[in-house]
Design a protein around this ligand. Structure first.
Ligand SMILES: [Zn+2]
Length: 209
């Protein structure tokens, strides 16, 4: 059984609500009750043990005791033997998870994005048909979009980040003269919005007020 940050948050919320019904119970007892009720676990301790396990589920531990471990879910690199580093990872992992659940979308991690970019470029250049090449270009743009969304999640402005379709309309100035023959079709299908993304950047940022 997997227990995520969102589960733990719900347990804490319910434990707070239970205060009015069980006035004599201490917070720890209410947490136990809430965890059992919501997640079917024995107590809060078990829930938090499973949550700790979830935090480390995608961490590829370094072979060396003092090396860098990397989480392939939230892309955070850290020294897993240091408590402060583990705390920082937890914060980033939770933040990332909460945003992805809310967006109902999981952006590709670093390795996946690099693959999308290189496969996309190759297909956009050497594809057999125009449709094939266009698919390649969209794959490349998906890699860029996912990186932009990652930055938005950690910059805490992901709620304002454009959807993929809108991003494609906004990114065309950055593409410049590359894939020029594909541009009219791209523009026809996704539209064209200039001035939303800096021509030298592939990341979308909110406009300063
Ligand atoms: Zn992580």
């Amino acid at each position: 059984m997997q227990i995520t940050y969102c589960d733990i948050k719900q347990v804490k919320r319910l434990a707070k609500q239970l205060e009015s019904t069980y006035t004599t119970l201490k917070l720890g007892q209410r947490l136990d009750k809430a965890a059992a009720q919501l997640l079917g676990v024995r107590d809060y301790h078990e829930a938090s043990r499973l949550y700790d396990k979830w935090l480390m589920l995608h961490v590829h531990l370094s072979d060396h005791a003092d090396g860098v471990s990397k989480c392939s879910y939230c892309d955070f690199s850290f020294a897993a033997d240091l408590k402060d580093d583990r705390q920082l990872h937890r914060k980033q992992h939770d933040q990332f998870h909460e945003a992805c659940v809310s967006l109902d979308y999981l952006p590709g991690n670093f390795v996946q994005r690099e693959r999308m970019k290189s496969d996309g470029r190759e297909q956009a250049t050497n594809g057999q048909t125009t449709e094939d090449r266009l698919d390649g270009l969209l794959l490349l743009l998906r890699g860029w979009f996912d990186r932009s969304l990652f930055a938005a999640i950690y910059g805490n402005y992901w709620r304002k980040h454009p959807t993929f379709d809108t991003y494609v309309a906004m990114i065309q100035d950055t593409l410049g003269n590359s894939y020029r023959d594909l541009m009219p079709t791209l523009r026809e299908r996704y539209g064209y919005r200039t001035g939303e993304i800096e021509p030298a950047s592939s990341n979308w940022y909110p406009k300063p007020r």
